[in-house]
Write a protein that binds this ligand. Structure first.
Ligand code: SDX
Length: 431
């Protein structure tokens, strides 16, 4: 028997079906609401609105649970690699040995860029933000790789791998060229993460020393960022993709959405906040007081989350990574000490407790990236590289979902009532 929700409106009783997910989550199916009642729902920011059914990622914000295709994030972070996790997200299954080898070979084959794409970089000003460059370069892929048959699975699998492989090269190239350094090409003998580090930091003068622990840390960093159900940037990818535009343009939209300081840009904002505290000698008490003051725009970046109302499970793993990567670079990071004291203070403060504000994935990630030598303006680019398999898997699911239609929300109009045009001669002069 279908479970229903009863709605009484204008004296009439309406029954709406209730949808139940595999983990027992419930949703009221309102697809017939406007047609039956003339009413729509109102939910700015979609905090109470499900936009799709998805089999990719499961989150429980109250319990602090995160699973990709049923696998707990803690197990993937401990045992998997980023390439294996990307395969899992996109296909729904962990790869067997041959599939993993095939995927790694394809990622190597796709790792270089069309030489003409390099010209794009030469014309960016040195201060250009790499997120803006990355979004533009991914969109430009449609022009350089036009052989895109959305309805041929074999072709689309190649496209997914092309994106995952080239985004690394594009990101490293943005860093090197804006620094005025020669571009380092990908190497077939290096794994996905090692190749990225080498493209970023190898030098003709001082060859880059590949530290296996840092390569492992980068794998974990990207595994933790790989997907997160219907977050802002994934919603952007789905909404833009719902118009049946090519995947490159949809992913480019996701990169732009991720850039915001309330979303993926928070990792860069956390470091800026910690640096400001360190530079200006702000006390932890002053920071917490500013964060609590509603008249003060200062927010504790890296704290709070729309879904997690407890510790973000990714932040726990990221915090542990801080100690590992900092021990490799044998220098203490004063910002880590500030972060730890800030966290300790906030977790015991009634304001943060009442509002369920806990550290999220971005709170410690910047410290891990700094220890790897990643410059601050590349932090959100690192998030984007990690999130790409998630965006691809969500885009793919959206395109193959028979329930999906072009995204076109409604609104409640709050503007002027109807009025006639006023000729200039009759308009009030500016006072
Ligand atoms: C990511 O969605 C995802 O899954 C995102 C993500 C992913 O993997 O894709 O997890 C990645 O984006 C993580 C979040 C990174 N952003 C930040 O760290 C920026 C700082 N955090 C906030 O701006 C905020 O917490 C959000 C944006 C993350 C969530 O905002 P919500 O859910 O819209 O909550 P809200 O802004 O309405 O805040 C609720 C209350 C408010 O107080 P009141 O108006 O009720 O009095 O909590 C307060 C807020 O002022 N609050 C904070 C705060 N975050 C919320 N107060 C101080 N410091 C903060 N960080």
């Amino acid at each position: 028997m279908t479970e229903v929700a009863k709605l009484i409106l204008d004296g009439k009783e309406l029954e709406l079906p209730v949808i139940t997910g595999t983990e027992g989550e419930k949703a009221i199916d309102i697809r017939s609401l406007r047609q039956q009642t003339g009413h729509i729902t109102f939910d700015p920011g979609f905090g109470n609105t499900g936009t799709c059914r998805s089999a990719i990622t499961y989150m429980d914000g109250e319990q602090g649970i995160l699973r990709y295709r049923g696998y707990p994030i803690e197990q993937l972070a401990e045992h998997s690699t980023f390439v294996e996790t990307a395969f899992l997200l996109i296909t729904g299954q962990l790869p067997n040995r041959d599939e993993l080898i095939r995927t790694s070979v394809d990622l190597n084959d796709f790792s270089t860029l069309h030489e003409n794409m390099k010209a794009f970089y030469q014309n960016y000003p040195p201060k250009a933000h790499p997120m803006g460059i990355l979004s533009a370069m991914v969109n430009a892929m449609r022009s350089f790789y036009p052989e895109l048959q959305d309805d041929v699975e074999e072709e689309m699998n190649k496209t997914y791998l092309r994106l995952i492989s080239k985004i690394r090269t594009m990101a490293a190239m943005a860093y090197r060229i804006t620094k005025g350094e020669r571009v380092v090409y990908p190497r077939p003998d290096l794994c996905y993460c090692a190749n990225f580090l080498n493209m970023m930091f190898d030098s003709a003068v001082v060859p880059y020393y590949m530290d296996d622990d840092l390569v492992r840390a980068l794998n974990v960093f990207w595994i933790l960022h790989a997907d997160h159900e219907q977050n802002c940037s994934t919603t952007a990818v789905r909404v833009v993709g719902s118009g049946k535009v090519n995947i490159y343009s949809a992913i480019s939209a996701g990169i732009s959405a991720l850039w915001g300081p309330l979303h993926g840009g928070a990792n860069q904002a956390v470091i800026s906040m910690l640096e400001r505290i360190h530079r200006d000698g702000l006390t932890i008490d002053e920071c917490v007081a500013k964060a609590k003051d509603r008249k003060d725009p200062f927010r504790l970046m890296g704290f709070g989350h729309r879904v997690y109302k407890t510790y973000d499970p990714r932040a726990k793993i990221m915090k542990k990574m801080c100690d590992i990567v900092l021990s490799k670079v044998s220098q203490a990071d004063p910002l880590l000490d500030i972060a730890r004291r800030l966290e300790e203070m906030a977790l015991s403060d009634p304001y943060f407790i009442e509002k369920d504000l806990y550290p999220n994935v971005d709170f410690y990630s910047g410290i891990v990236l700094r220890a790897m030598g990643i410059p601050t303006n590349m932090f959100t680019v690192m998030f984007a590289i990690g999130r790409l398999p998630g965006w691809i898997s969500q885009w793919k699911e959206d395109w193959s979902d028979p329930e999906m239609k072009i995204s076109r929300p409604r609104q409640i109009y709050s503007g002027a009532l109807v009025r006639d045009y006023v000729p200039m001669s009759e308009r009030e002069p500016a006072n």
